[in-house]
Design a protein around this ligand. Structure first.
Ligand code: AMP
Ligand code: MG
Length: 499
């Protein structure tokens, strides 16, 4: 068997000594490969085509690390549900190295569930099959929806038990990320390190993710603005597909603006701004509609770390950083509005300005909320209505007068940009490219994970993954994946942190 070669170039380990602890992965008893993302492997420039499953399982369990791997546990801190934890870090994850992908982008390759590290505290450093396959499904769904996200490269079952509320089969996920820099990484070095280390980290993050900010008049302020801009874009995308992250702690907010850490996350089904599924979020801090506000709060925590770099005069630094943080809601709103127009089938900004389109969108969402309509299907059937078939849309709404009034407003707004042209078909087609038919339906996800975890049956997982990779196709063969869960199921549905 040819030795597997990863073209590693480990900049974090090389450039940031003192920011991590070297740590080998634990070896495992009898690894078996559950999932391999071949198209992602190709994108990373990894040649895995000639490896059999035994070799791949040895590789992705950490039993046989590829040449050039430098496993390290990264240090980070974080605000968890508003409380500062100065010492978190990779307690069950390891960065094994970085590669430059075929597009020239630097990507982290990391294990999750690979054993204890110096940051494990009382944790066992392990992960279970269900939550790791959940990360595959949700992450690949997000990727197919065009939303920046970390991605799963492989999942291996370890053959070892993991002790939680009950005994679960253990697993290791291999995760690919633009980087694992978090708001919490900065917080760690502000709390424990020297101002010099915060600067080193910022310089590294800027060179890697935001090279243009280095030429700005005030580079660190520009860096804060660039991170905020990516978060504004990301959260708007989440909101438009009904994604609820569930645990938006500062250690789970990635500096490059990818969705990271698929723990107790879920896609909303019936529209409800207060929706929260996480078993640990009793107060609804991370509810659907709170996400933009929380992103801003997290960015303010990043700003605090950067103050000494922004200006040597603290008062002036605070003034400058506050301007950036205060601009976040408007930045977010612009991203949200652009996405909203696309979802509504509007091609231009209209003659009545942003306010009218925002009100049209908000009126629609109020209607979905009041009549407890499935968020994804409502949008998808609005595309059918654009094509002239209003029947599927009407079927979703029990009380119709509100819908009629709203549809009338929407048709008029559409007509305002169609003067002299019949754009119905083009509009419907454009709407179907931004309003998915298939999202990870909670009942389907749970069924797939139960089959894999409790019965070793990967078929439901594989079929669901196949469907999630084609979210915009109306393929009748996939109809079962487009159905909302029953109300009984959703009443009981809770998501758990991936521990
Ligand atoms: P999370 O809630 O998954 O974002 O993790 C929060 C913190 O807990 C991070 O420092 C993790 O590394 C750590 N952690 C979570 N699960 C475990 C585990 N099973 N063993 C050790 N550390 C863990
Ligand atoms: Mg985390």
């Amino acid at each position: 068997m040819a030795h597997i070669v990863f073209p590693f170039d480990n900049s974090y380990a090389r450039d940031l000594p003192g920011f991590y602890a070297p740590c080998p992965p634990a070896t495992v008893d009898s690894p078996t490969l559950l999932f391999l993302n071949r198209s992602l492997a190709e994108e990373l420039g990894l040649d895995l085509a000639h490896q059999d499953d035994t070799a791949l399982a040895a590789l992705f369990s950490g039993n046989r690390l590829p040449q050039g791997a430098q496993p390290i546990a990264q240090a980070y801190a974080g605000h968890q549900f508003g409380q500062f934890s100065p010492q978190l870090g990779d307690g069950r994850a390891l960065l094994i190295g970085e590669v430059i992908d075929v597009h020239g982008q630097r990507r982290d390759i990391a294990f999750k569930g690979s054993g204890r590290t110096p940051f494990s505290r009382r944790g066992d450093g392990k992960a279970a099959v269900g939550p790791m396959l959940r990360e595959v499904l949700l992450g690949e769904a997000m990727h197919a929806l065009g939303i920046p996200t970390t991605r799963a490269l492989a999942v291996v079952a370890t053959g070892e038990p993991v002790y939680r509320e009950r005994v679960l089969p253990g697993a290791i996920l291999t995760r690919v990320a633009a980087s694992h820099l978090r708001v919490g990484t900065f917080q760690y070095f502000m709390a424990h390190g020297s101002p010099h280390q915060v600067r080193q980290l910022a310089d590294y993050a800027m060179a890697r993710h935001f090279p243009r900010t280095r030429q700005a008049e005030n580079p660190y302020l520009a860096f804060l603005g660039a991170v905020a801009e990516r978060q504004a874009a990301l959260i708007a995308l989440w909101m438009h597909v009904g994604f609820i992250h569930g645990v938006m702690n500062t250690d789970n907010m990635a500096i490059p603006g990818e969705t990271i850490d698929y723990g107790p996350c879920a896609f909303m089904e019936t529209f409800d701004p207060a929706a929260v599924f996480s078993s640990i979020d009793g107060q609804g801090r991370y509810a659907y509609a709170e996400q933009p506000r929380i992103a801003r709060w997290n960015l303010a925590r990043l700003a605090e770390c950067l103050l000494p770099l922004i200006d040597t005069g603290e008062g002036h630094a605070i003034t400058l950083a506050t301007e950036v943080i205060d601009a976040f809601p408007e930045r977010y709103r612009q991203h949200w509005l652009a996405g909203l127009r696309a979802k509504l089938g509007l091609a231009d900004t209209g003659s009545h300005g942003d306010g009218m389109d925002a009100a049209l969108g908000e009126g629609w969402l109020d209607l979905l909320h009041a009549q407890q309509v499935d968020y994804t299907l409502a949008w998808r059937h609005l595309a059918d209505a654009a094509a002239g078939d209003e029947t599927p849309l009407r079927a979703l709404f029990p009380g119709q007068p509100g819908l009629e009034r709203w549809l009338q407003r929407w048709r008029e707004r559409c007509a305002s940009e169609d003067v002299g042209n019949d754009r119905a078909a083009a509009r419907a087609q454009a709407m179907r490219q931004v309003n998915p038919w298939i999202i990870p339906r909670n009942q389907r996800v749970e069924e797939a994970l139960e089959a894999a975890s409790d019965h070793g049956d990967l078929k439901p997982f594989e079929s669901l993954l196949h469907a999630l990779r084609r979210p915009y196709d109306t393929d009748p063969a996939l109809a079962v994946y487009a159905q909302p869960a029953g109300t009984d199921f959703m009443a009981e549905f809770r998501t758990y942190c991936g521990t």
